[in-house]
Design a protein around this ligand. Structure first.
Ligand SMILES: [Zn+2]
Ligand SMILES: [Zn+2]
Length: 328
């Protein structure tokens, strides 16, 4: 089979690998779609810890090809995969915060992932998807589940004035979730006109750049860009007493200065949101229900010839989500 393999720091190639075999507790999934994500680029450049040699890809789903002996699902089932495998036994896991598990490993980060024709997955990570779902949408389940985590952490959304900083896939999904959850206004801050317009079609009531002077009275601000400066922009957009939820992942060593004085006298809440604890099945449900507008977000479908470039290249303003279709 073909697979996108990180062979060393900064080295990425499509290699011929052997198809994995199922074993007790583990099943083989034939990948139908795998999203490429900023995290893959961070891994490639050593900004996010990973262990080569490694097949990348953590936003994927497909068909159950060879169920393991204990797998409750029949062969041929459409499945989404939660790539984050937690121990289930440590204090954080038992306390209901599996994303913070110290023993956590992830498909596509620590062990082989879904940028391949087939992938070996623990049965615990499989979520059945109704067969009517467009296979390309399987690439959105994990990013959507991460957004649902942020929405869970944010608190009351109904009637809230919401700001979203960053117009990539995460920002566009949060705009839709905020709209569906009854936010009264949704401000999308992004530099790119294409992304501003896309955001308005997704439910943003205002979109523009920081230079366009968005209002600063937001109850909830979602930082979805993860680039230098956007955390302070997010704090600027919050009303006194407001909350800023950080989902964007910056490089590990990136530092950003904030004013502790401002945090105190405006009683701002700064909340990190990491991964997708207990949100994967809701993400599957939302996608199966068809209430989200995902097609305009799948801006580029690539095959094996273009996939390495798709990971390496800095996304252009019109690239929202690049998806590998292994059969393409
Ligand atoms: Zn990702
Ligand atoms: Zn644990």
């Amino acid at each position: 089979m073909r697979a996108v393999t990180l062979t060393g720091l900064g080295r990425l190639e499509v290699v011929e690998a052997s198809v994995p075999r199922s074993r007790p507790g583990w099943s083989v999934v034939q990948v139908l779609a795998c999203g490429i994500c900023g995290t893959d680029r961070h891994i490639l450049h050593g900004d996010y810890p990973a262990r080569p040699p490694l097949i990348l890809g953590h936003e994927f789903g497909g068909l159950l090809h060879e169920p393991g002996p204990d797998c409750p699902l029949p062969a041929g089932s459409m499945v989404s995969v939660d790539p984050n495998i937690c121990c289930g036994d440590c204090w954080q896991c038992r306390d209901g915060s599996p994303a913070l598990c110290a023993e956590r490993i992830a498909l596509g980060v620590d062990i082989d992932g879904g940028l391949a024709q087939y992938v070996l997955v623990p049965d615990t990570q499989l979520y059945r998807v109704p067969q009517h779902v467009d296979p390309l949408q399987l690439a959105f389940v994990e990013p959507l589940a991460c957004c649902l985590r942020a929405i869970d952490l944010a608190g009351e959304m109904s009637g809230a004035r919401v700001a979203v900083v960053g117009g990539g896939v995460i920002g566009q999904l949060v705009v839709q979730l905020a709209r569906n959850a009854g936010a009264s206004t949704i401000t999308l801050v992004t530099r790119q006109p294409f992304r501003q317009e896309l955001g308005r079609s997704m439910g943003a009531t205002w979109s523009g750049d920081m230079a366009d002077r968005p209002s600063r009275d937001h109850d909830l601000v979602f930082e979805c860009a993860g680039v230098p400066g956007t955390m302070t922009d997010s704090l600027d957009l919050a009303r006194p007493g407001g909350s800023v939820i950080l989902l964007g992942i910056t490089g590990r060593d990136h530092l950003q200065s904030v004013s502790p004085f401002d945090l105190v006298v405006r009683e701002l809440r700064l909340q990190g949101s990491f991964l997708n604890p207990r949100t994967q099945s809701r993400a599957v449900q939302l996608i199966a229900d068809g209430t989200l507008n995902l097609d305009p977000l799948a801006t580029r479908i690539v095959g094996w010839d273009e996939v390495v470039d798709g990971i390496r290249a800095t996304p252009g303003p019109t690239d929202i989500k690049v998806i590998l279709q292994p059969s393409a």
